[in-house]
Design a binder for this molecule. Structure first.
Ligand code: G4P
Length: 522
């Protein structure tokens, strides 16, 4: 790491986990390390914890779930860490997938009693698609856990990922006293995390003094077995996403968190080149480029602003500069880009590759938008997924149809829902991955547009973006299905199918048409 080079000091990452594994707790502890939140934040009432984090939206308060994705920046040990938070609830998984397009690495949190759970696996798969290097944190060692080898084995088998334990737990559950660093032969104690003790090896009397006889025997045997039998950390395999360094700890007890921060600093990659439709953009290029991966409305209930979260991909963003919004060709002035520090935000005077800035705007920016200093570049990889639920939106007052269309357009651009406009002129259809998204939509239509909306099942069950190498064939298909075609927000043709069977039938019948369930923003 070069202290003079802002890019090499950046670490932009996310935490992936199954709900309840400890992501929120770990996030708080990471921020504490970086001094981004005060201790008072940590000790607030447990019951309030989730609500306090983002209490701007009624629906979150009611349900106690974190719906939104946000970013938190903190500095520690000379590095600037950008932690991109992801919603815990799987109904908002699209948000999470998009967020993962904006990180360079991820921490995978696993509950030591439960091992790999469904959502961890799914999120891991998204990381793998992009070869995102993963640092693993096995959490809750202060509770009864499974055997560490058992968990490592499960990671290797279910995720097809090599594991390289860096630390090893000394005792578990009530007798958990700390960890042993396999490589450096250093013991960290649960109650004195900041004062590591160098030891001669796993049979050092210092360790014997921390554990009862049976636990000491087990720890010693396991450490010897792990040192001999487990893979060693190897940077190249990690960076390619084939191997994960593993740490054990307890987020609740603030133990092992320091290891993770250090691992991000020492092992995780700084921002690197990113692919656009036309060329690779290097993080160290002079000119500023970036893409929008998230839009968040109503962060501040007093100001109905919309914040577009942009990852800077190269160059230097300076407050007040003009940037070209490639989709429209128009310039926008970046007068008030912001950094986020847990609850606070602050004007970003300058930002570098890897940083995430919030750009307040009134609907000019969309998910997937690229901003540059003039070049027509479009970053790839902020995908849309075919929704699993399709609904027709109904409003009580027919006079408000135009307003509804406008509101739905805006919600579509923010990625709250996907919007499909049927070619036959019938009412708009919204698509979501999870039903909670519909609740968020209804709440926002009411709060921001005064629209009282309800949702009706549509006769369509699923949909696919369609393309074809031969334009006439595509035309022919569209003309043959006048009442099953719609356009998405960008006007791209979408085939609406009444059932999986219907879709399969059309796919077999029209071999030259490509039916796609993922659409990259272009
Ligand atoms: P999440 O964001 O991944 O959903 O998890 P979160 O941090 O909210 O943690 C879920 C529960 O697990 C919390 O308990 C939290 O205190 C606990 N937890 C997190 N890390 C540790 C750890 O290292 N050790 C122990 N013993 N507990 C940990 P909670 O608020 O009481 O919720 P619940 O248990 O009633 O669900």
């Amino acid at each position: 790491m070069n202290a003079q080079d802002p890019v090499s000091r950046r670490r932009t990452f996310a935490i992936i986990s199954h709900p309840d594994a400890g992501k929120t707790t770990l996030t708080e502890k990471l921020l504490l390390f970086g001094g981004a939140i005060q201790l008072a934040g940590e000790v607030r009432a447990k019951a309030n914890r989730r609500q306090t984090r983002s209490d701007w939206m009624g629906i979150e308060r009611e349900r106690g779930i974190s719906v939104v994705t946000s970013v938190m920046t903190f500095e520690y040990g000379g590095c600037v860490y950008n932690l991109l938070d992801t919603p815990g609830h799987e109904d908002f998984s699209e948000d999470t997938y998009r967020t993962l397009t904006a990180v360079d690495s991820a921490i995978m949190v696993i509950d030591a009693a439960k091992g790999i759970e469904a959502r961890t696996r799914k999120l891991f798969e998204v990381c793998r698609l992009r070869d995102i290097p993963i640092v693993t944190f096995i959490n809750k060692l202060d509770r009864e856990t499974r055997d560490p080898f058992d968990i490592l084995d499960e990671i290797e088998k279910t995720l097809a990922l090599d594991v390289a334990p860096i630390t090893w737990p000394l005792g578990r559950g009530r007798s958990f006293v700390g960890t042993y660093d396999l490589e450096r032969k250093v013991v960290r104690r649960l109650d004195r995390d900041s004062e590591p003790t160098a030891v001669s090896g796993p049979d050092d009397p210092f360790i014997a003094g921390l554990l009862n006889e049976a636990d000491f025997k087990e720890a010693r045997e396991q450490i010897e077995l792990a040192s001999d039998g487990c893979k060693r950390f190897e940077s190249q395999s990690f960076l390619e996403g084939h191997l994960t360094p593993v740490f054990f700890g307890s987020a609740l007890r603030n133990f092992g968190v320091r290891d993770l921060i250090d691992a991000l600093k020492d092992f995780a990659p700084p921002p690197h080149g990113l692919e656009t439709a036309s060329r690779m953009v290097d993080a160290r290029e002079d000119k500023m480029t970036g893409f929008v991966f998230k839009i968040q409305a109503n962060m501040d209930p007093n100001h109905r602003d919309r914040i577009a979260f942009m990852r800077v991909c190269s160059g230097k963003l300076k407050r007040g500069m003009k940037a070209k919004l490639v989709r429209t060709g128009k310039n926008i002035a970046l007068n008030a880009p912001q950094f986020f520090f847990a609850q606070d935000r602050q004007l970003a005077e300058e930002a570098y590759a890897g940083d995430v800035v919030g750009i307040p705007n009134h609907g000019a920016l969309r998910i997937g938008d690229t901003l540059t200093e003039g070049e027509n570049l479009v970053f790839r990889g902020v995908p849309s997924f075919a929704p699993e639920i399709l609904r027709r939106v109904k409003i009580g007052d027919a006079m408000k149809a135009k307003k509804l269309r406008e509101a739905l357009g805006q919600m579509g651009e923010e990625g709250v829902v996907q919007l499909f406009l049927p070619n036959d002129g019938s009412g708009a259809i919204v698509g979501v991955v999870g039903a909670l998204q519909l609740d968020v939509l209804a709440e926002r239509l009411a709060a921001e547009y005064g629209l009282d909306a309800s949702f009706e099942t549509s006769r369509f069950e699923t949909c696919r973006w369609i393309t074809s190498k031969t334009a006439p064939e595509l035309d022919k298909f569209i003309r043959a299905h006048p009442s099953s075609m719609a356009a998405d927000l960008d006007g791209a043709p979408v085939f609406m199918a009444s059932s999986a069977w219907d879709l399969k039938y059309e796919q077999d019948k029209w071999p030259e048409i490509v039916f796609s369930d993922i659409k990259d923003y272009q």
